[in-house]
Design a protein around this ligand. Sequence first.
Ligand code: F6R
Length: 612
Amino acid sequence: MCGIIGYTGERDASPILIAGLRRLEYRGYDSAGAATCRQGMIDIRKRAGRVHVLEELIDREPLPGVHGISHTRWATHGPATDANAHPHLGGRSQAEVAIVHNGVIENHTALRGELERAGFRFMSETDSEVIAHLIAQALEEEHDLFEAVKRILPRLEGTYGLVAISPAHPGVLIGARMGSPLLVGMGEGEQILASDASAVAPHTRQVVYLQDGEVARLTPSGFDLVHRDRGVVAPRVDRIDWRPDAAELGRHAHYMIKEIREQPATLVDACRGRINRRDATACFGGLNLTPRALRRVRRVVLIGCGTSWHAALVGEYLIERIAHLPVEVEFASEFRYRNAPLDDRTLVFVLSQSGETADALGALREANRLGHPTLAIVNTVGSTIAREAMGGVYLHAGIEVGVASTKAFTAQIAVLTLLALHLGRLRGLSFQEGLAIVEALEEAPGLMQDTLNLEPLANQAAEPIAQARSVLFLGRDLLYPVALEGALKLTEVTYIPAHGYAAAEMKHGPIALVDETTPCVFLAPRCSLYAKTVSTIEEVRARGGIVVAIGTEGDRVLPGLASIFLPIPDAPEVIQPFLCVVPLQMLAYHVGLRLGRDIDKPRNLAKSVTVE
Ligand code: F6R
């Protein structure tokens, strides 16, 4: 949430900053800005709107300099206006410092009052501007930017990933982190500070992730790292292991459809090296738990937000079915404040694509605080959740840029299927049953590839849906969470209200919505509850409702009941979630296209929600 990139080196900074912002734009896109220091002055350009608006401004009014910062914003305090866009300047009569900030300063009102009384004038409604003035005030005594930033940090309550520059300190970038990600990209004769590795990947593969409480001082030739309480820190250098062009669109019109189409491959990657055919089980390198410890487990808690929460729900059905272990799924935002009882035979997993979601991180820290070993299922390598968990499993889905999560969802359910298998084989699951799951998983990528051919039909189904007032998504058992995910995808990408339900719940209320303006999308492939789902479809038909049905190819009933029938390959129940979610994702995409929505950057959203 909010993207930050700062540069110091020998090259012209603004093209690097703009290119970085383009890569970070998925994190927030209400407004954008950049500032450079040159000849003892700060030069600044900022605008409400997308990065291209800023780029056009800089084309008209160039921003020279080899030392600068930039930001793309997801508004928290104050609407998306030019004034509220970052960077913010600090100083009395002239700008002594410029900052960009990601996070929320909770005590900004008190700080603002104090600074106003001390003679500082505010130009924006943001919480962030206090940081700029606080640093400028500290510079009046410290005369050193590094010291000034360190001095004011204890005054900030809340979260920050921030970068500061000052014209009195040419070539110096100061970065500080508390709760919002920040990393140093180490180059040759140049250094970069950014909120996300995707912004530095085109320039360097060597990165150092800052930890909470750390402050970095960068110059073109290197950097120093200190912890604000503990002093000098020896940096741990990580390597970005994906290619920068992984974040390029290539031949695809949008990241969302690119990432939908990548899913057969990401499913293979999520399972790679984790299937043990000989023992009909799964293996994980990073769980850090012995088979004996796993056998002692009596309960599993899965925690996540949004799409990750839906994946966790699929996990609940899978683990209960395959391993016969009770599972609870929690919203991270609720778990962290709920004081949920956890005993030492409970296994806790936090699921997060980004590994930076504030609520998910809060839940992880709460479980850690209780002394409970907590594991993570995360996509982003080196992310905060990955680092703070006791162990875990990476999704290996590659960078996900589309704000609507797609390939991370299927990678999450792949990992959860493997986890269910692993836990099951440590309990009553027989070799033959385990092997059936292994074989289903091995078959899944090919079948998923086949479901991608449904795109023309998904496009056809998009026509009635695009005209709908609202849409219901219905499924049962393992496909109930998939229905929830279908509804979320449609809502976020198209802004059409959509609700997901367990199909049998329909008659307990939602059926009141059914008419010709509220289509119902049913997930009804051949499975143990197929006949029951068909009965629910009949109930909708009897009330004049439009039905879109996803079912097994060769089904003789559904094509007669549904206005549009999308056939998926015949497959074991355990892998049906992979196959059913693909047409739902494509449906959301095509409805969004028809309605002219900004598919990869839906309004009000951002990838990686790093505020509570
Ligand atoms: C929906 C979506 C969000 C995220 C949620 C959690 O398409 O992307 O609902 O799933 O914000 O994000 P992570 O998984 O990064 O913790």
